[in-house]
Design a protein around this ligand. Structure first.
Ligand code: PEP
Length: 249
């Protein structure tokens, strides 16, 4: 049985005190949740070790990690460092990293492999921009991102990976993919995993939807057979909204 997950990506938001308050509020509401989805939060790097002490039921993710183990890489944070403060998950290949920091599929593959080798679980993001969707290239784009980004992983490693499908045109725009659009792409991704790996890897893979997900639209997105939860940006910055999405499951 694959895991249901709702993960909150705080991006570059909240000062430490606000982040700690938010983590506490999420932890409190998680205890009262009506769904069996696993709840994950991804605060900024600076908050991770303090937030770790405030959560139990809620799991901790980083928003990124280095592709190198350690050494002279100014400004980078290694998977080992993340592990050392109790991080379990790491978002890899968010569209903002791809677009603003030039992270390409090969680099993301390197990060994914390194993270896995250090015992972190990657939340691997993929998604097409609007022109690619309108130009009918959406499936080619996702095929490329997944087949290169998740290249040469063993089946055991794939069992630790979570995929997040995040159409870039839906991120932070208020324009959400329709339940049909989400299901169509999630089904395609699962089919691709059959092709690249096998039926078991595909069946067990948790595939999250991300892009303007809110308490009011979460239920119809999560009702799809191939949608296993969500990666939430804006709405994860308010504990009530975030848990509203969790409870919509
Ligand atoms: C995201 O950035 O991963 C995301 C899904 O953002 P939002 O929910 O704000 O669209």
């Amino acid at each position: 049985m694959r895991k249901k997950i709702v993960a909150g990506n705080w991006k570059m938001n909240t000062l430490l005190k606000e982040g700690m308050e938010l983590a506490k509020a999420v932890e409190k509401l998680e205890k009262e949740k009506t769904s069996d989805a696993l709840v994950i939060i991804a605060p900024p790097y600076t908050h991770l070790s303090r937030v770790k002490d405030l959560i139990q039921g809620v799991k901790l993710s980083a928003q990124n990690c280095a592709s190198e183990e350690g050494g002279a890489y100014t400004g980078e944070v290694s998977p080992d460092m993340l592990k050392s403060v109790g991080v379990e998950y790491v978002i890899i290949g968010h569209s903002e990293r791809r677009a603003y920091y030039g992270e390409d599929d090969e680099e993301l593959n390197k990060k994914t492999k390194l993270a896995l080798s250090k015992g972190l679980k990657p939340i691997f993001c993929c998604g097409e921009v609007l022109e690619e969707r309108e130009g009918g290239k959406l499936y080619d784009v996702i095929r490329q991102q997944i087949s290169v980004g998740l290249k040469d992983l063993s089946k055991e490693e794939m069992a630790e990976v979570v995929i997040a499908y995040e159409p870039v045109w839906a991120i932070g725009t208020g324009v959400v993919a329709s339940p049909e659009q989400a299901q169509e792409m999630h089904k395609f991704i699962r089919g691709l995993l059959v092709e690249l790996y096998d039926d078991q890897v595909a069946e067990d893979m948790t595939i999250l939807y991300g892009g303007s997900c809110k308490p009011s639209n979460a239920a119809e997105l999560f009702a799809n057979p191939d949608v296993d939860g969500g990666l939430i940006g804006g709405a994860s910055l308010k504990a009530e909204d975030f848990l509203g999405i969790v409870n919509a499951y």
